[in-house]
Design a protein around this ligand. Structure first.
Ligand SMILES: *Cc1c(COP(=O)(O)O)cnc(C)c1O
Length: 395
């Protein structure tokens, strides 16, 4: 007889614990209310203040705020000059947006395999996938751990390509004491509610290159040469449109929320690391589970806590184990299906088998709940549920 909730037993907790969620304070609410009562709702002083605060936080001279992490990737691809038939290397294990941004510009994503230990992109496979058409490499800091940016940056420079870092998971992360934001030609962030800091929806691109920053600013504002603030200051309505841009402007309302949240980045990173370290201590030796490696020279931002199932030691597959955890009211999930397995990419000729380690990992990957507002009791529930479910399916 099984006492798994999946089989009708009593769940570890009465209500679902999601894998991630935002934490808003009264200060955040007050900051937004203040803007709602002010003269500016969009593209005003709050956007500039948020961009300045973010630039300090990620140690980058220029930050351009946009409407989402996806818009940030699109803007980065535009700034990098990606166009028709250009190839861009993208890790196989990431959110689809990392690759879609290449397609928006008419380019072709070429998927590179991941390392089995960290699930970050494997520089050796990136090297193998590069061609004379490669114009950029996208590095994704999977789960919040910086990718091998030194190696990837050197490979990009050698070919005259740019390194674009999708740091949606990695706000506040560091590699060899240097902040994510100061390590790639263009670094993108997301402020979706599950990420470290939220603006509801939002994103940003960081760069040290003033010319790239100018392209990013035009791109988010229809390709117009001057910003709304510049036109307002000059009292001049005309601005020449020099690029085909979009309206990707983040509003003052959203930036006020972002700046208020960003002020708490350090405690947020600290609490995420505490929870991750507790999972590591309690789950590292559990039969049936392998935890990803963390390099000694990084500060991990712990957006996600992922684990790999050791399938030969278990009598169930990942799908069943995920269902069993969810029945225990633990909102475990999966990040990510290999991007080229999505029907859109399959329909465009991408074939399974291209990145064997990514596909191997996908069959085994689990993401456990991790967000700063989790209580010690919540963490305990996750540990007990994982022990209960893996214990049940132990071979
Ligand atoms: C969240 C995320 C994005 C997209 O960000 P949005 O703000 O949701 O558009 C892109 N890449 C990765 C790796 C992400 O986790």
């Amino acid at each position: 007889m099984s006492d798994l909730a999946l089989h009708g037993g009593r769940p570890v907790r009465p209500a679902l614990l999601p894998y991630g969620r935002q934490a808003l304070t009264d200060d955040d609410v007050q900051a937004v209310l203040g803007v709602l009562r002010s003269d500016w709702l969009t593209t005003g002083p709050q956007v500039e203040a948020f961009e300045r605060a973010l630039a300090r936080a990620v140690d980058a001279p220029h930050v351009v705020a946009v409407t989402s992490g996806t818009a940030a990737l699109h803007a980065a691809m535009f700034a990098a000059g990606i166009g028709q038939d250009d190839e861009v290397i993208v890790p196989a294990i990431t959110f689809a947006a990392s690759a879609n941004a290449v397609v928006y510009q008419g380019g072709r994503p070429v998927f590179a395999d991941v390392r089995a230990d960290t699930l970050n992109v494997d520089p050796a496979d990136v090297a193998a996938k590069m061609s004379p058409r490669t114009r950029a490499i996208v590095a994704v800091d999977f789960a919040g751990q910086p990718a091998d940016l030194d190696a990837l940056g050197a490979m990009a420079r050698e070919r005259g390509a740019l390194l674009v870092e999708d740091a949606a998971h990695a706000l506040g992360a560091e590699s060899r004491g240097r902040r994510v934001g100061a390590l790639a030609d263009l670094t993108t962030f997301s402020f979706h509610p599950v990420k470290h800091v939220t603006t509801g929806e939002g994103g940003a691109v960081a760069t040290a290159d003033a010319a790239l920053a100018a392209r990013l600013r035009r791109f988010r504002n229809h390709g117009l040469e001057t910003s709304p603030a510049e036109r307002h200051a000059r009292g001049d309505a005309y601005s020449p449109m020099v690029d085909l841009g979009y309206n990707y402007r983040l509003s003052d309302v959203q930036c006020a929320l972002g700046a208020s949240q960003l002020a708490r980045l350090e405690p947020i990173l600290k609490r995420r690391a505490e929870i991750a370290h507790r999972y590591q201590a309690e789950l590292a030796h559990l039969p049936g589970l392998t935890l990803p490696a963390v390099a000694p020279d990084v500060r991990h931002a712990w957006h996600l806590f992922t684990a790999l199932l050791d399938l030969p030691r278990l009598t169930a597959d990942r799908r069943t184990i995920l269902a069993a955890l969810r029945a225990e009211n633990i909102g475990a999930t999966v990040h990510y299906v290999p991007v080229y397995w999505h029907p859109y990419y399959e329909a465009r000729g991408y074939r399974r088998g291209a990145c064997p380690r990514a596909e191997w990992a996908f069959e085994r990957l689990l993401t456990l709940p991790l967000f700063p507002a989790m209580s010690e009791g919540d963490v305990e529930d996750v540990v007990r549920a994982v022990q209960k479910v893996l214990g049940h399916y132990a071979r």
